[in-house]
Each structure stands twice: as C-alpha cells, then as structure tokens.
Design a protein around this ligand. Structure first.
Ligand code: URA
Ligand code: SF4
Length: 187
C-alpha cells in the first residue's frame, strides 16, 4: 500500500528529534498491513539499530517464543515501537522524543486498523493509553481508548531480567489467545 510505504520511507529519513544523530538505522516496524494484532515496544535496542528491524535481539527471541506458544508467528502480527530510533544506551525515550515520533505510529495504526494493540512495558502503555498507568496494575486487562482496544503486557526484556515475570507474561499471552478467539473484539 502506497501510503504505508510512504510512512516507512519518511521514518527511514526522519530527523525530527535528536535520536536521529546516534542511530545506525531507523526501525519502522514490520508486519502485514491487515494484521489483527500489533505489538508495540519502547524503542530499538542495539541489535535492532544494527539490523533496522524490530525485536531481533534477545527480547525479540522471547517475543517470538511467546507468539509461538499461542499459535502465532512474527509474520502474523505487526511489530513496532514508540520511537523508531535507538535511544543511546537504551535509555527511556524522553517525552519530547515520544511526541516527535508517535505520529508515525498513529499513522501505522490508522492504516492497519488492528483488532488489538498489545503494549509491551510502561513506555507504550503511557504513550498510547494513559500517562499514569503502570504495567504492574493493568497487565492482562483489556483497555479502550479512542475506539482502539489495548492489551498491556510486561516487556519481554523485563522477563529476561526478572525471571518471575516470565510466568506472568506467558499467562497474559494465554489470555490474549482467548481474547483473539472469543469474538469479543471484531475485525
Ligand atoms: N525492545 C524494544 O522495546 N523494542 C525492540 O524493537 C527491541 C527491544
Ligand atoms: Fe524521527 Fe522518530 Fe527517529 Fe526521532 S525517533 S528521528 S522522530 S523516526
């Protein structure tokens, strides 16, 4: 689709915020244009910056395993991030960086029209749903905003550092499977 390709092209050449100066590659995100589910992380890490693709490092490997556990592969869903360029040393993106970059994600969501947007960790939860929510209190719950359905989950990287969160994440993926199969959300 032409408009979608234009968004991707704009991201690849974007200089709207400071993060353009330290990136190797911008990471627009990838997946089918009619994906039913989108998975949105915080921003590219080291491996993503090198390859220009989202979730291709250790967190990405866990994300792929979790998708597989509910019968999906990464090719079935759209995978992207709040900021498209890597924050130095993987720091949390600033509010200004998020504000500069998020119109690209809104444009991607508007075209894809997913059934559900799965936010991974606090950054996408706060940027897309509500600034004050914390992942610990709302993970695994369906939330609605502006006509879109959100499903907050812990970030897979958090589960790599805190082993006890892996069970929580696995369980939330099972809930997601139920939601996707229930017909509660339609597309
Ligand atoms: N963490 C993220 O938030 N996004 C990626 O693309 C990779 C790791
Ligand atoms: Fe542009 Fe987003 Fe990269 Fe900033 S992070 S330079 S707004 S693509």
């Amino acid at each position: 689709m032409v408009i979608f390709d234009e968004i991707t092209r704009d991201i690849l050449g974007c200089k709207k915020c400071e993060l353009c100066r330290s990136r190797t590659n911008a990471v627009p995100g990838e997946g089918p244009i009619d994906a039913k589910a989108m998975f949105i992380g915080e921003g590219p890490g080291r491996e993503e910056d090198i390859q220009g693709r989202p979730f291709v490092g250790p967190a990405g490997q866990l994300l792929e395993e979790l998708l597989y556990s509910i019968g999906l592969s990464r090719e079935d869903v759209f995978i992207g991030n709040i900021v498209k360029c890597r924050p130095p040393n993987n720091r949390v993106p600033t509010i200004e960086e998020v504000q500069s970059c998020i119109p690209y994600l809104y444009a991607q969501i508007a075209i894809i029209q997913p059934k559900i947007v799965c936010t991974l960790g606090n950054t996408p939860l706060n940027a897309l749903v509500l600034p004050k929510l914390t992942i610990g209190s709302v993970h695994g719950k369906l939330l609605e905003r502006d006509g879109f359905v959100f499903f907050p989950m812990y970030h897979p990287a958090a589960a790599l550092y805190h082993g006890e969160l892996k069970d929580v994440l696995e369980n939330d993926f099972l809930k997601l499977k139920e939601v996707l199969n229930s017909g509660k959300i339609n597309k």
